[in-house]
Design a protein around this ligand. Structure first.
Ligand SMILES: [Zn+2]
Length: 133
């Protein structure tokens, strides 16, 4: 888990810590302004109990085309997907928010790491504005 002692850095626009997820960010990332940039987001997490294969496949049909894959380590999973968001914190908050608030998919989990990368950034966009954190 990336650690930085700066609450404002981690906060989504709703004031939640992006690493803990945000339901409004998740909702907004689907039908947000088409002018907002698209972020490719990856969230590694450890599930408190094993996730059935059927559930992993269900995620894809869940509306946003997210992918949930089990990594070789026991109960470590990778959730990937696209999110429309003004910034990387909001994009990560959206995917973690999906895990947190669609609780029937994943009972309990601990986020281990995450990364948001902006798709098609304009030339010259500084790194903090296209890769988060
Ligand atoms: Zn939010």
């Amino acid at each position: 888990m990336t650690v930085r002692d700066d609450a404002a850095y981690w906060a989504c626009p709703h004031g939640y810590d992006a690493r803990h997820g945000c339901a409004p960010c998740y909702q907004l990332s689907g039908d947000a302004e088409p002018t907002l940039p698209i972020w490719e987001v990856a969230v590694w997490f450890e599930a408190h109990s094993a996730i059935p294969v059927r559930t992993l496949k269900e995620v894809r049909r869940h509306g946003r085309n997210y992918l949930l894959d089990q990594l070789s380590a026991t109960r470590v999973y990778l959730l990937t997907g696209h999110a429309r968001a003004a910034g990387g914190a909001q994009a990560v908050a959206a995917l973690v928010g999906f895990l947190r608030h669609d609780g029937h998919l994943v009972d309990g989990f601990t986020v281990r790491d995450f990364r948001a990368v902006r798709l098609d950034p304009p030339p010259g966009l500084p790194r903090p504005d296209r890769i988060w954190p």
